[in-house]
Design a protein around this ligand. Structure first.
Ligand code: ASP
Ligand code: MG
Length: 423
């Protein structure tokens, strides 16, 4: 059993679905296909959630019309307007329209998940119907019947035990199954989601539970690169990578794979492949327990839009364990992740992603600490650095903070255009 995950860019239109189906048809053995919403559908649905929640009804109608149009058009182009797919899409779209014609509850995150899930439901219906129409029988699986989570809407946690009891049955007895990434449901069968871009994680969860032979993420890039070639011209393609290195990269912000994806696979030693749907003949990157960290080139990961907050206790005390535990509990309560931290006797500093939660966080910190912050920053992580790379990336930068260990150098710098000396 293998798992193939296709992101939004791969299924963005009829041509994309055709290409994905060619890749699926060429695979041998049993296959679970996990798909994301088509193209930018999730962004459009986010606007719909907002319009619904705040009562902008005209806007809702416009968004639903555009979504109907793009999905029905793709299906009609692939299978004709009288195909069973057309009817299945219409029924989903009618449910969505009915949902937004009603009254929202007071819980934004709950409403978000009940609406945002339609992106993956619609795309998976198109892909499974199309596979059947070209003679590759595929079963559509509503993953919400099997993937169980808690009720932390928009960032739900997997109930591994319950999911392990339902997932195997949901996929048993079919050669090819098509299901949705990103979504799950509570024990009360209310839809939840795993966080934006969470479909990679879904594929890994399903792969883990089914003891898959491998999980493949099909993307519009050749595989994992040592950096983002759009801003770092010396970026190199990495054919192999250990779980450990890949986890470090994604944790620091390399957005080629969702950061939660690797752990469930590492625990069962299931290789993760990252391949190009544009060039499916190429091997791509294999992430496994094979450790080649000694021969890796410098890997640069840039996190943009950072905030650096410095705090000192108002009572002139030193930064001690009790302050630290208070500070961490404030960050945890506001659900703000710390990307880097630094302390001295009187000062404690953190670097975080800029977030709409910032004012409330600063407000609470400000009750016990004199708090200052810098914005418009970038956090640069360089793993397996060498002197030449360091010199090239930090030249001309205003450094706010730095941390250098044996393997990793990290700099908080003022945002400015990147201009490299090419080697
Ligand atoms: N469709 C969701 C998103 O755009 C999940 C995913 O693509 O992984 O965030
Ligand atoms: Mg996506």
């Amino acid at each position: 059993m293998k798992i193939y995950k296709f992101g939004g860019a791969s299924v963005r239109d009829a041509a994309g679905v055709r290409n994905v189906s060619d890749i699926v048809t060429a695979a041998d053995g049993r296959l679970v296909v996990v798909v994301s919403a088509m193209g930018k559908t999730t962004n459009a649905l986010e606007t719909l959630v907002d319009a619904f929640f705040y009562g902008r009804h005209d806007e809702c109608a416009g968004i639903i019309a555009a979504l109907s149009d793009s999905h029905l058009r793709a299906a009609d182009e692939l299978m004709g307007a009288d195909s069973p797919c057309h009817a299945a899409l219409r029924s989903l779209l009618a449910k969505l329209a009915e949902k937004v014609a009603g009254q929202p509850s007071l819980n934004y995150d709950f409403e978000y998940d009940q609406i945002i899930c339609y992106g993956e439901l619609l795309s998976s219906v198109i892909v499974s119907h199309y596979l059947n129409s070209i003679g590759r029988p595929a079963r559509w699986v509503d993953i919400r019947t099997a993937l169980k989570t808690d009720d932390n809407y928009r960032d739900a946690r997997i109930d591994w035990q319950l999911s392990a009891t339902f997932v195997p049955d949901a996929f048993a007895g079919a050669d090819v199954c098509v299901t949705q990434g990103f979504i799950g449901s509570t024990i009360n069968n209310l839809t939840t989601t795993l966080g934006r871009e969470g479909s990679d994680y879904s594929a890994a969860i399903i792969g883990h539970i089914l003891d898959a032979e491998s999980v493949t993420i099909w993307k519009d890039v050749p595989g994992v690169m040592s950096s983002d070639p759009r801003w770092y011209p010396d970026a190199q393609f990495l054919p192999r990578l250990s779980y450990w290195e890949a986890i470090e990269m994604t944790y620091f912000g390399a957005n080629v794979i969702h950061p939660k994806t690797l752990k469930p696979l590492q625990n069962k030693n299931i290789p993760l492949r990252v391949r190009s749907f544009v060039n499916p003949g190429a091997e791509g990157t294999v992430i496994s327990s094979f450790d080649n960290s000694d021969s890796l080139p410098p890997m640069l990961i840039l996190r943009r839009n950072q905030i650096f907050i410095s705090m000192s206790p108002k009572d002139f005390s030193f930064i001690m364990e009790d302050n630290l535990s208070q500070i961490f509990s404030i960050f945890s309560r506001h659900k703000v992740k710390i990307n880097l931290l630094q302390n001295s006797a009187l000062n404690f500093s953190v670097c975080i992603d800029n977030t709409p939660k910032l004012p409330a966080l600063l407000d609470e910190l400000g009750r016990s600490y004199n708090t200052r912050y810098n914005d418009d920053l970038e956090l640069l992580n360089i793993r397996h650095y060498d002197a030449a790379t360091l010199a090239s990336v930090i030249s001309g930068k205003t450094i706010i903070d730095s941390q250098v260990t044996r393997k990793t150098a990290r700099y908080v710098v003022k945002a400015s255009p990147w201009n490299f000396r090419q080697s």
